[in-house]
Ligand binder design. Structure first.
Ligand SMILES: Cc1cc2nc3c(=O)[nH]c(=O)nc-3n(C[C@H](O)[C@H](O)[C@H](O)COP(=O)(O)O)c2cc1C
Length: 228
């Protein structure tokens, strides 16, 4: 079973990033019955403090580390605060990167998206988040950036992100994430010398155009596979 942990960088009850991740969870449930997707509520984590860590982990930290250590992939949706990642998300990743040498992020496949009511969809937070994940040893999934613009207008009356374009972009992100998980599993098998099970040849996805910012709600780069 493939296990996915969803992390929203917003603590707001009506967060558009959390709504995007609930849509991700629905997509996983609908398309991959043998996979599981659970949310990691990062608001329960204390501010990182080396003294607190030395004294022994708090239950919330232990739960978060165990959840991530047991996951095959993370999907993180972040708002952009003043051009950067919200402090609460940085704090969570700092906790998950500890203890030194035993980070639960190391080797973990991680996909990133952002959402905002604004016209840039929070995309300005994504490069720093990807750098942060890289420096924590996570395997970041390369895919066309998913930055959901005008996100508040893409929620239905129940506050769920059911907008067709948003769901299509999230579905592609989910596909890229599961593809990255499969590639990593294959690489691990190869490294262990275990024979690979027969696999159907993969149909290459066609490259996607990069529309101008005015052309659509998404910022797009070219399609790539997860890094090897
Ligand atoms: C402190 C702060 C700084 C913000 N800075 C930006 C910004 O630089 N760019 C942007 O697009 N939106 C910015 N916003 C607006 C957020 O994108 C917006 O509040 C968004 O809804 C937050 O995501 P959420 O709905 O998941 O909580 C900022 C909001 C706050 C509270």
């Amino acid at each position: 079973m493939t296990k996915v942990v969803l992390i929203s960088g917003s603590l707001r009850a009506a967060s558009v990033n959390s709504a995007a991740l609930r849509a991700v969870r629905r997509i996983i449930e609908q398309t991959r019955p043998s996979a599981s997707a659970v949310s990691l509520p990062i608001g329960r984590l204390p501010f990182y403090n080396g003294d607190v860590e030395s004294a022994g982990t708090t239950p919330a930290v232990a739960v978060a580390r165990a959840l991530v250590a047991d996951a095959d992939a993370l999907v993180i949706s972040t708002p952009c605060y003043n051009g950067a990642v919200p402090g609460v998300l940085k704090n969570a990743l700092d906790w998950l990167s500890r203890p030194d040498g035993a980070s639960s992020l190391t080797g973990r496949v991680a996909a990133v998206l952002s959402a905002s009511p604004g016209g840039r969809g929070g995309i300005d937070a994504q490069p720093a988040l990807l750098d942060l994940l890289d420096s924590c040893g996570a395997i970041t999934v390369e895919h066309p950036p998913v930055a959901i613009r005008g996100a508040h207008q893409r929620l239905d009356e129940a506050g769920e992100m059911t907008d067709t374009e948003a769901v299509a972009a999230l579905r592609e992100l989910v596909d890229a994430t599961f593809e990255a998980v499969a590639i990593m599993a294959e690489q691990r098998r190869s490294a262990l010398g275990t024979p690979e099970p027969p696999r159907a040849p993969r149909t290459p996805r066609p490259p996607q155009a990069v529309p101008s910012p005015a052309a659509g709600p998404w910022s797009r780069a070219s399609v790539t596979l997860s890094r090897s």
